[in-house]
Design a protein around this ligand. Structure first.
Ligand code: SF4
Length: 213
């Protein structure tokens, strides 16, 4: 079920450019102040990859490394994802990677910045960027990595533990779209049995590879 957004919630909508190319979107998103997450973060971390991508992967939000680097999935979880994609036979250079939320949410401590999960209000505020990216790319398949990405595009009726690794077809504002859900690679890094969690991720990505033919 989709989230019903109260009219007074923050939103990025006013920052979206009239032209919807990925370059125009990326440039405009750099100045987004649509919700409070922009202020403590270093920069907007927009999606990356070709506009012709057949596959889009959506994560949660940039992490500490991504926040400093300005690129999505370049930290430890990103490296694991690249390895899993290769093993599943998916060409990473032909995919577009992005996040449901484009600024790093964290709790500062004297030694480091600790990841804080974005709230529904942040996910909903940032959704216009994600929707615009998908509209510009029009991919054949969208892989949602973890609960936040799932919540953003499919609502709360889809559960990663129950629905992972199966193709889900949904009517969206962008037309009929195919999705596949799987845990975020950072969950694999945290798993007690990391090897089994990694194998399960590769298995799910192989379903995505087969769907693309
Ligand atoms: S998290 Fe999204 S909506 Fe909030 S300021 Fe950043 S880009 Fe804008």
């Amino acid at each position: 079920m989709s989230v019903k957004v109260p009219p007074d919630w923050p939103t990025a909508a006013a920052y979206l450019p009239e032209r919807g190319s990925l370059t125009a979107l990326r440039d405009a998103a750099a100045g987004c102040r649509g919700c409070p997450l922009w202020e403590p973060a270093t920069q907007t971390v927009f999606g990356r990859g070709p506009a012709t991508a057949r596959l889009v992967l959506v994560g949660e939000q940039p992490g500490d490394v991504e926040d400093r680097d300005g690129k999505p999935f370049v930290g430890p979880a990103g490296r694991l994802l690249v390895k899993a994609l290769e093993e599943a036979g998916i060409d990473k250079s032909a995919t577009y990677v992005t996040n449901a939320v484009k600024h790093f949410r964290f709790t500062p401590t004297p030694k480091r910045r600790i990841h804080a999960t974005p709230d529904t209000v942040h996910v909903e505020a940032c959704k216009p960027w994600l929707t615009a990216e998908l509209r510009a790319i029009d991919p054949e398949l969208v892989v949602l990595l973890g609960a936040t990405a799932i919540r953003s595009l499919l609502g709360t009726s889809v559960k990663v533990t129950r629905d992972r690794g199966t193709l889900i077809e949904r009517e969206t504002t962008l037309g009929t779209k195919r999705f596949l859900v799987t845990p975020h690679p950072s969950a694999v890094l945290r798993a007690d049995d990391r090897e089994a969690a990694y194998s399960a991720l590769v298995h799910d990505l192989r379903v995505a590879a087969a769907a693309l033919g």
